[in-house]
Design a protein around this ligand. Structure first.
Ligand SMILES: Cc1cc2nc3c(=O)[nH]c(=O)nc-3n(C[C@H](O)[C@H](O)[C@H](O)COP(=O)(O)O)c2cc1C
Length: 357
């Protein structure tokens, strides 16, 4: 098994194990992916990645973080996604959509304007989460039980649109301090009802959403979940790897096929905790203890490093974010570095023959 072995999940076969990690581009209007998204995602597919994962894509307008994020809550957005999906497929790559709700981490300005809270005049909204708490000077309100039911329907409707747009897989973004993470981490979740308290209660919203999505997508379509394996908060309330293993077991029992082990989202992670491959042990522990396919992400930048993670069985897929910004052709360059002969787009073949020789 190596980086360029094919990989199967349900009916999906990937030509290799290199994945474009979801990365917000803050370049959309009205949640519609545009030319930038086509070129950003399309060029990584041209660059040889086996799986492209879209940036976090809101399932409802109030699930956006900024007004420049993408969504899939209406037909116009769906139709624009379809153009991108079709292009990625023409490159013999597969594409998953990352479905998402920002919860309390919404209603923010563009990063170029400092990501401060939007005012109502600028289109801002009151942000809601599991609990009414104050975070970074912003008052979050708590979702009612009825609103939680609506959110689950929003995810299911988004999944239906994603299937109609031709996506090959769905990934739920349940990490990085966003809505699902806000529910499952006791640091944020102070609810007194069936969605708060015990770990079983705190993961209930995510598990129920998994079931809603599973019930509307084809049996053969893989369902992926990205979690924060730890939230890097060393208090008794902090989310731990043990908690992630328990969560992943439950996700697997409810039809999830794959877990990406990311981390953090509520605080800045201290520098000593971030080093090449720093989150690989999370993916390895979940894979071993839950017997579920996993993705490794975080400071994986080299072909030999990526290949070793797959070859040693620590993770099934290698999810590359920032290195893919530096090098859209990461997969093709990795194949060359590892001495593997892979297909290049036919339009580029002549140059590549010279390049390889
Ligand atoms: C510009 C940028 C935007 C990101 N947006 C997302 C996102 O939409 N969804 C997500 O799950 N992670 C997002 N991330 C996190 C990355 O997917 C990845 O987990 C992180 O950058 C660590 O991987 P790396 O060391 O390969 O960059 C983003 C990271 C960057 C740099």
């Amino acid at each position: 098994m190596d980086l360029f072995s094919p990989f199967n999940l349900r009916n999906l076969t990937l030509k290799n194990r290199v994945v474009l990690s979801p990365m917000q581009q803050y370049s959309a209007k009205n949640g519609i992916p545009g030319n930038w998204h086509l070129v950003h995602l399309g060029s990584r597919a041209v660059g040889g990645a086996g799986l492209i994962i879209t940036e976090c894509t809101a399932v409802a307008p109030k699930g956006l973080a900024t007004l420049s994020d993408v969504g899939i809550w209406n037909e116009e957005q769906k139709n624009s996604w379809k153009t991108i999906v079709d292009f990625v497929h023409e490159q013999d790559a597969k594409i998953a959509i990352q479905l998402w709700h920002s919860g309390g981490k919404g209603s923010l300005k563009h990063p170029n304007e400092g990501m401060k809270p939007l005012t109502p005049e600028e289109g801002g909204w009151t942000v809601k989460s599991c609990s009414a708490i104050e975070m970074n000077g912003v008052a979050w309100q708590a979702f009612t039980l009825e609103e939680i039911s609506e959110l689950k329907r929003d995810f299911a409707n988004a999944a239906i649109r994603a299937v109609e747009a031709g996506f090959d897989a769905i990934e739920i973004h349940a990490g990085h301090g966003y809505l699902f993470h806000q529910f499952y981490s006791a640091v944020i979740n102070k609810r007194q009802d069936e969605y708060g308290g015990s770990l079983e209660n705190r993961i209930r919203f995510l598990v129920e959403t998994v079931n809603e999505i599973r019930s509307v997508i084809p049996e053969g379509m893989p369902l992926l979940v990205r979690i924060s394996a730890v939230d890097y908060i060393d208090t008794t309330e902090g989310w731990t790897l043990e908690d992630s293993i328990t969560l992943s077991k439950t996700l697997k029992e409810n039809g999830v096929d794959f877990v990406t082990a990311s981390g953090g989202g509520f605080t800045n992670v201290s520098k000593d905790k971030v080093f090449p491959g720093y989150q690989v042990p999370f993916a390895a522990a979940i894979k071993e203890q839950v017997n579920i396919a996993t993705g490794a992400v975080g400071m994986i930048t080299r072909a030999d490093q990526a290949n070793e993670i797959v070859a040693s069985g620590k993770a099934d897929l290698i999810i590359i974010a920032r290195e893919h910004l530096r090098d859209p052709y990461f997969a093709l360059h990795s194949a060359k570095a590892l001495g593997v002969d892979i297909e290049v787009p036919w339009q580029y073949k002549r140059a590549f023959l010279v390049y390889i020789n």
